[in-house]
Design a protein around this ligand. Sequence first.
Ligand code: ADP
Ligand code: MG
Ligand code: MG
Length: 211
Amino acid sequence: AGDLDTAFFAAWIEEIARTVGVEKERLTRLDAAIGDADHGANLDRGFTAITQALAGTEPDTPGALLALVGSTLIRKVGGASGPLYGTAFREAGKCLGDASEVSATDLAAALQAALDGVQRLGSAAEGDKTMVDALAPAVRAMSRAAQEGKEPGEAIGAAASAALAGAEATVPMQARKGRASYLGPRSVGHEDPGAASTALVLVALRTVVTR
Ligand code: ADP
Ligand code: MG
Ligand code: MG
């Protein structure tokens, strides 16, 4: 019951593209403080390309759709976040395989695969002030809810709240990975842009599931 189909995942990606478009200035402002002021533009370029790709083809499973999202991000977005987000979506897609519907348990496993991919590639741990600080608590919240037998909607709500709190918690951290780490202690006092965009991605998922 409440399982998620390809149309749901397509709506999620559309909602991410829409909110990245709305929030790109905020993301770029966060990156201006501790990076090179391109994070919003990077993601907007990637999700605009994804929207165009999806207008031309309709993948027939959630896994195939997420794989397309991942490879487009890798192809179109440079810097740190392109390969990291690209890997996250690709690994999530691979984890879902060719299933046509996704349960809360499947989604928890896919999010875990995304996190594993990000950490394999970027070797950031929690506390390093990166997207991992939003994604890891979201994965934990989703897994816990799925284990408790919650419906996808409730599990996603918990994951989105955890991601928002995780992003907020990067403010007092000192960056140990990525460009922001070059600032050393001067990276303290700013929200990490990648953690903020990860929260946006999970909030978009919540928006679509509560429609
Ligand atoms: P760039 O830093 O190359 O300009 P972006 O500005 O698009 O790339 O993305 C920056 C974000 O990428 C950071 O805020 C951080 O969340 C994330 N990031 C950077 N390095 C890593 C890493 N090694 N592991 C996980 N996330 C990282
Ligand atoms: Mg940047
Ligand atoms: Mg850059």
